[in-house]
Design a protein around this ligand. Structure first.
Ligand code: PLP
Length: 375
């Protein structure tokens, strides 16, 4: 059975060119980057050129970039270090952040280290920027604002340049999870007043288990993982050289073909939206599906009934991979905290379609046919 993969916000297939760039670091270049002889030096060079490439595209200094094991570790590090090293006693976040953020924040709160405020959301699931400003105005304690650049389920994009301005005005530290936007958009960090960003390679055809944390040189944090002196003693552990090389290669390729890929993927999303709307008149779309939304993500809401609750499972049996559609009413799963956070009174079955350059219009036609058969 040929499978159709519409879950690119969960992960993307590895680009063969990325694998090719990584391979020598699994084989002949097996050295430890900390070793001073040639096997080590060639690995050190690979890591530092990867760092330079990514740093230059983000318009930051290489010294501000740390390689990590992914978005989860990066967000854990940014949030924990803001509290431990930068004196943040109050965290403002939103109820629809990724669990890498929410669970870290809740853990720090459970230790009694911080108070937490959850910013209100607008009707279409955007962060309410007026409420954010009021929260910043109200609190005297040093504050960390941690808000994602784009939501992985709804696709909504937050204006991080504006949030950065607000944070600067109120002396707050700002961390943003850019896992869904890094290498999908041009990002110039000199234009965003941000202290930390988290990113992850597997969302843009790179390897799993490799991420970055940008740390603005204006903030001084202490080591997060203790051990050897790797990553300038901030993040110990023998470097995942193949992963780091793969991160940089995937990043380079994504940015190289960015403009045409974006136009194509956006047209897939638009086509899917139109096809769904004409085939199912009672469908809605979660989030903002317009300009302030990822071109890769479309979250449909089907009216809840026995057939729609089984839809993602039936699509899987038919070889079509989508996410969401959790059976909230049957209690089989807890349902999405994002949908619950943005639409607390919803009786819809959410199905997230997320696209990449490998998808086609024909795949969308096939999916629409299958959905019609199941509903
Ligand atoms: N943040 C967002 C928005 C994500 O979509 C993900 C991945 O699912 C993560 C963080 C976690 O990243 P990683 O899988 O690299 O740990």
């Amino acid at each position: 059975m040929t499978r159709i993969y519409f879950d690119n916000a969960a992960t993307t297939p590895l680009d063969p060119q990325v694998l090719q760039a990584m391979m020598p670091y699994f084989t002949e270049h097996f050295g430890n980057a900390s070793s001073i002889y040639s096997y080590g030096r060639e690995n050190r060079m690979a890591i530092e050129s990867a760092r330079k490439l990514v740093a230059s595209s983000l318009n930051i200094k290489p010294g501000e970039l740390f390689f990590t094991s992914g978005g989860t570790e990066s967000s854990n590090m940014a949030i924990t270090c803001s509290v431990r090293d930068l004196g943040c006693k109050h965290i403002i976040t939103s109820p629809i952040e990724h669990h890498a953020t929410l669970h870290t924040v809740e853990f720090l709160k459970s230790l009694g280290l911080v108070d937490v405020s959850y910013v209100k959301l607008t009707q279409d699931g955007h962060v309410d920027l007026i409420d954010l400003q009021q929260l910043l105005e109200r609190k005297n304690a040093k504050t960390l604002v941690t808000l994602m650049h784009a939501n992985n389920e709804l696709g909504n994009i937050t204006d991080i340049a504006y949030v950065g301005e607000l944070c600067e005005r109120f002396g707050a530290i700002f961390h943003t999870d850019t896992v869904q936007t890094l290498a999908h958009y041009h990002l110039d960090l000199q234009k965003v007043k941000v202290h930390f960003i988290s990113g992850s390679a597997h969302k843009f055809h790179g390897p799993k288990g490799t991420g970055i944390l940008y740390t603005n040189h204006m903030v001084q944090i202490k080591p997060f993982i203790h051990g050897g002196g790797q990553e300038r003693a901030m993040r110990a552990g023998t470097e995942n050289v193949a992963g780091i090389v793969g991160f940089a290669k995937a990043f380079e390729l994504s940015m190289l073909h960015h403009d045409e890929d974006m136009v194509f993927i956006r047209s897939l999303k638009q086509y899917m939206k139109e096809k769904l709307s004409s085939a199912f008149e009672d469908i809605i779309f979660h989030g903002d599906t317009g300009e302030k939304s990822l071109y890769t993500v479309l979250n449909a809401g089907f009216p809840m009934n026995e057939r729609t609750e089984m839809l993602s499972i039936n699509l899987d049996v038919a070889g079509i991979c989508v996410s969401g559609g959790s059976a909230c009413s049957s209690g089989a799963q807890g349902g999405s905290h994002v949908i619950k956070g943005a639409y607390p009174h919803s009786h819809r079955v959410p199905i997230r379609f997320s696209f990449s350059k490998h998808n086609t219009f024909e795949e969308i036609d096939t999916a629409i046919l299958k959905i019609s058969e199941f509903l």
